[in-house]
Ligand binder design. Structure first.
Ligand code: AMP
Length: 236
């Protein structure tokens, strides 16, 4: 609010937040971890906490496959085989997304970057404030993914044993095509070979937050929340 010469000038719209976001979480936040670590499950809580829109490259690619676009047709074979889609395809997709107006104060990136090349390319166009690494052992991952189901109406993710869908959704939940044991093993190998080295890369830049993902959904969410609050407090 500006007061000048007795005339009170009131801004057209009050800012959503009374103070600008603190420096610690000013840029984008990356959700990092093996497939099935719980990145998608934690993303909506984190999106509410940080005000950053959630962007999942896996969801974007699945939408392209469902819409049968050129990009979808190109990506499908890799996805079905549990391989990473080539860097140039995915880099183009994210670069475009970062130019949209709601990306101005950063995005919550779920599943991107997944290779050093993607991380370097992101570094050139966006500042990454934090990389939340959700860590879960391989055996637990296989058990989680094979039992994972999604409600196509709400997008909610369940597990047939650990987090069963409510009765009204039980008949409509579906299993993702790449959520079978064979494909999960390929996705885990791709993760260990191409994606896991990124943890050190971000660790050296001082933005890596390691979270024990081998606990309940609430506990993982609480650990992420405290780590992010600590980070924003540190740099405030
Ligand atoms: P997700 O839903 O994150 O598990 O992604 C599903 C599949 O989409 C992966 O197994 C890859 O084939 C592809 N994918 C998603 N994000 C990326 C990425 N950043 N780089 C390469 N491939 C990706």
């Amino acid at each position: 609010m500006v007061i000048s010469g007795g005339n009170r000038t009131i801004p057209d719209a009050l800012p959503l937040f009374p103070k600008p976001p603190r420096r610690g979480v000013n840029g984008s936040i990356v959700l990092f971890g093996p497939p099935g670590a719980g990145k998608g499950t934690q993303a909506s809580r984190m999106s509410k906490l940080t005000g950053k829109p959630q962007v999942s490259t896996g969801d974007m690619l699945r939408a392209a496959v469902a819409a049968d676009t050129d990009l979808g047709r190109e990506a499908k074979g890799y996805m079905d085989a549990g391989l990473l889609v080539p860097d140039e395809i995915i880099i183009g997709l994210i670069s475009e997304r970062l130019q949209q107006p709601d990306a101005e104060s950063g995005l919550l990136l779920d599943g991107y970057p997944r290779t050093i090349i993607q991380a370097k390319s992101l570094d050139k166009i966006e500042s990454v404030s934090a990389v939340v690494s959700i860590e879960v052992p391989d055996d637990a991952i296989v058990q989680r993914i094979v039992g994972r189901r999604m409600d196509p109406e709400t997008g909610k993710i369940y597990h047939i044993e650990f987090n069963p869908p409510p009765a009204e959704a039980a008949n409509r939940v579906v299993q993702r095509k790449d959520d079978n044991e064979e494909t999960v093993r390929s996705r885990l190998s791709a993760y260990h070979e191409q994606t896991a080295p990124l943890a050190n890369w971000y660790g050296e830049r001082g933005v890596l937050l390691r979270i024990n993902g081998n606990q309940g959904i609430e506990e993982v969410g609480d650990s992420i929340e405290s780590a992010l609050l600590e980070l924003s407090g540190k740099d405030a």
